[in-house]
Every structure is written in C-alpha cells, then in structure tokens.
Design a protein around this ligand. Sequence first.
Ligand code: F6P
Length: 407
Amino acid sequence: MRVGILTGGGDAPGFNAVIYGALLRAYKESIDDLEVIGIKKGWEVFTYKNEDLTPEVINRYTEVLEIADHDDLHTKGGTIIYTSRSNPFKALAKVKDLDERKAREREIGEDMASKFEILGIDALIAVGGDDTCGVAAAMYKHAGANVCACPKTIDNDLAGTDYTFGFFTSAQLATNVLDNITTTAHSHQRIFVVEIMGRDAGWLTVYSGIAAGADIILLPEKPFDFKEDVLDVLKARANAGYKYHIIACSEGAVPTKESIERDFTVISQEDIDKLPKDVFGNPLLAKLKISDKITKELIKQEELSAFFKKCDANYEVRSVILGHTMRAGTPNVFDRVLGLRYGYHAMQYVLEGNFGKLTSLQGTEIKPVDLVEGSKKSIVDLSSDLVEIKDAIVAVKHKTKEHLFLK
Ligand code: F6P
C-alpha cells in the first residue's frame, strides 16, 4: 500500500509534526510494502491534465518519505513537502448554474481521483485548512476517493475540531509582540495599532488580545465603530491617566458602513468590496492594511491630540503588521503533540479503510468526524465568554483607578 500525504494552504507550525505522526503510525504497522509518499506543493499536481503527468513531472512532485531520514521531524517548523494554494476546483468560481456546478464538481473530483493511480498512491492524507480540506471533501463526496484529512491553520477557523494545529504557536507569537511592544509604547507614550493575521476569523486576535491585555481589540466578526470603539476609548484612557495604548486589530476587522462614511477619509466601502480574491475566492483582506488606515485616521484627530496634551500625554501613533512572522518558526509543545496525534490517527483511519474522515480534537481526545461537515468554517461566536472577557478587559482598562476602587 502506498499512502500519499500533502500539505496545502498557508503554512502553519506543526505541518511537519503531522507528517511525522503519519510516518510513526505507518512504521508501527511493520508491513513491508507500506510506503508513505510525500506529494509536494499541495494540490498543484492535481491541476495537471493526466496526459501531462509524465514520469519526470511525477518524480518532481513525489518523494518516498522514510522515517529514518527525518529524525525529530515534529520539532521543525514549515513543511518539508512544501505547500501551495492551488485549487483544482478553481474553474467552478465562474459557474453560476447549480446543476452545471454539480456536474462540473463530479467531473473534477473524478479526474482528481483518477490521478491516484498515475501518482502511484492508493490513499491520500490531505493536511490543511478549510480550502485544502474542502478539496479533499469534494473528492470524497463526488468520487468516493480514498482520502482523509487533518485540520491545520493558524486561524483556527475549522468547524470540525476544537483546535487546529498551528493556532497556539501563532497566538503565542502575537501575544509576545503585544506584551513586548508595551515597553517602546511606554517609553514614547505612543498608540500602537498591531495588525494580527486571521483573515475572516478573529480567534488569533481575541486570544492574543485578551492574553496580553490589549486596550482595544477589533475583530472581523463585529464591524467596529471608529468613534465609539477607538476614539472614545482612547479619550477615556487618556483622561484616566494612561500614557500609552495598544490596539490589537485583526487584519479582517472592518469599520461599520456608517463609520466608514462618517469617519474614514483613507478608505471607502468600495475599497473593501472590491478587494482582490485568492484562488479559493477568499477576499485578500490583508491587502487593506487596516492597521495602517486606522493609524492614518488617528493621526488626523486634532481634537483628540489636543485632549491628550491636556492630559499631559503624547499623541503619537504607529502601526505594526505582524503578517507572516505569525506563521514562522518552530511549533510549540501543544502544536507538536497535536500535529503528531492528527497524523498518527489519520494514518490509522487510512489503514482501517475509514475514509472521508477529518481528525478532530474533542476535549482531550482525537476522534474522526465527517470530512465534508468538519471542513466548514468556524468564526468567533459573539455571544461567547471569550468576547465577554474581551469586552470586560477593554472596559476596565479605560476606567480611572479611583473609579475601579469605588466599584
Ligand atoms: O489562512 C492563514 C493565513 O495566514 C491568514 O491568516 C492570512 O490572511 C493568509 O493566510 C495569508 O496568506 P498568504 O500566505 O498567501 O499571504
């Protein structure tokens, strides 16, 4: 048996741990003819026409993974088999008719499944986020392909699991920055707007924001009002004697329509609506550079600046975009162990012939869930305790000390 494994989408700390987990389970099986094949660059090879898959191309995209060659692979960052955002279902974006769409989905799914034989694999483990797992789910649904998947993403936005691997390493990196930036913010009495990855899910921002005690926390799930959620809070904080301020802002946070019209000169609703999309149709929210836009608008606030001076505080604003530093480096303990468990269990499902499954962390256990259902997206629930704590932190942090004692 030859089991393929591929890593797709944006990289996340723990990718290599999943590969190592799968290798460990395969090795434990001690069957001579069980081989693990790394399929390089995500779904890219699946976008080729079958006739173009020459032995030379196949050789370029596949590699036998031997456990002996990859000692302690789970401790390493990145992915040894590379990743890409290739989407074999890309052409579907233009198909509006539902029946035609279904037919095309089946066609593409079957075409992809037919490549197993050409690539010399009997089954496949796809490791990725909602886009990568969504492709695996469509292959399973439309062509009954022998495929399982493991949920990855620093964004933690997959419905089928409590946590994706990569999330806690990334949340820690963001928290470190939010913690550390307070020293320079303090020294200069500055406002820092720190932009945190996470596309359209605010998990990274809410976790790092509350963990570091950021003063204002802006999530994609709830469009913000610049006046109420930023200017008024900064004013109250200056009035309460605070000399520096940290704004944790998700790259996907956007102002309400009303606020854009009333408060923004450097972006319009059209800029947001017309953002370019990636091959999976996701708007490239990072291109908005919302932290930069907030900073520019803040710099223009003469009244607030004068109020800060009256409170004996400087009024200087800077922005920092964490960007890809949030995905960089080695996985932390949690993501190493979670990655190992996901890979180990996914290989187990493959060996049992239990296809169409996503490995899922439920409490402390790893369980198989339906791949199609599990690959759906999850965002922060605005009625959750996390959001309640976020609001409580922000509210407390603009009260004066006297005010807090009185309560
Ligand atoms: O989905 C993971 C993620 O890191 C998002 O948080 C971010 O918006 C996106 O990937 C960035 O993608 P790329 O690496 O293609 O620039």
